[in-house]
Design a protein around this ligand. Structure first.
Ligand code: SF4
Ligand code: SF4
Ligand code: FES
Length: 279
């Protein structure tokens, strides 16, 4: 099933304020001023306010937010740290699409219409563009951490294919954009039933780790609610680390759960206590 989230629509091509330069990328014409429509307020009440920002080559949306703070709105709340797409702090929705503000280039946006910046919809607004993402940390605490055998720490053997499989998941920067776009959380507010794609990634990294000893399939099926995912792949499409969340994490977890609980031989092995999670 393909992602049908409205934010998934490709951005319109840049307008006449941009010109083609070598390599096919866009350069912003000198003197271009972008109009932003930015959410100002709290969870209870707020409004979209308009700001004008001069655009320079190489500029990202976070630069524009800093310009607004420096010139027009010193009390505009926005979270950021690294400005290098690595800390996962500056998540917001740009033209409705969950995005990192520090990774969204101005020359990739249509400059002939207002650019909207709104807080992540799936989480409560604290102020302006800052949301309360603490639910994610509470989910994280419910996952049993990596638990290797206690008696063979000097003799671990890891095969390269196992390392690579788990390594992809370790790239997660916890931006929670995947959590924000997932309709199970965003539209249906199933936070009590479904851990969300970020934590399917963490569970996969643990369940596929050859040295982890915990049998996690019941928790993946019951507490984490892997069955709520209907594989729309919206999460994969917004992940700034390009983690193949659905193909490499969620679908294999679903297959492991199906083998254990819905395959007759798997069920029989489970009843006999022979069907530990394969690593
Ligand atoms: S977790 Fe599943 S349902 Fe949610 S966005 Fe990803 S693929 Fe879609
Ligand atoms: S899996 Fe990707 S989108 Fe989700 S929190 Fe990690 S880095 Fe962000
Ligand atoms: S400021 Fe760190 S990811 Fe954007």
């Amino acid at each position: 099933m393909a992602c049908s989230h409205p934010t998934n629509a490709p951005h319109p091509k840049a307008n006449s304020a941009s010109t083609t330069i070598k390599g096919g990328t866009k350069a912003v014409a000198e003197g271009t001023v972008a109009t932003f429509s930015v959410y100002r307020g709290t969870a209870e009440s707020g409004e979209m306010k308009t700001y004008q920002v001069p655009v320079a080559e190489g500029m990202v949306v976070l630069d524009a937010v800093h310009h607004m703070q420096a010139n027009d709105a010193p009390d505009l709340a926005a979270r950021w740290n690294c400005k290098a797409a690595k800390c996962g702090s500056c998540s917001a929705e740009i033209n409705g699409k969950p995005s990192l503000m520090c990774k969204t280039r101005m020359d990739a946006l249509p400059l002939d219409e207002p650019i909207t910046i709104t807080p992540m919809k799936a989480f409560p607004v604290l102020k302006d563009l800052v949301t309360d993402v603490s639910w994610n940390y509470r989910v994280n605490e419910r996952i049993t951490p990596f638990t290797p055998k206690s008696d063979d720490t000097d003799n671990w053997t890891l095969y390269q294919e196992d390392v690579e499989r788990v390594q992809e998941f370790r790239k997660c920067i916890e931006c929670f954009l995947c959590q924000d776009v997932c309709h199970v959380i965003r539209n249906h507010d199933k936070k009590n039933d479904f851990y969300g794609p970020r934590f399917m990634v963490r569970l996969a990294s643990l369940d596929m780790h050859p040295l982890d000893t915990v049998d996690r399939l019941q928790a993946i099926k019951e507490e984490a609610g892997v069955g709520f995912c209907n594989i729309t792949k919206c999460c994969t499409e917004v992940c700034p680390e390009h983690i193949h969340i659905t193909d490499n994490a969620i679908i294999p977890l679903k297959e492991r759960v199906a083998d254990r609980y819905f395959d007759p031989i798997g069920k029989l092995k489970g009843a006999l206590g022979l069907n530990k999670s394969r690593k």
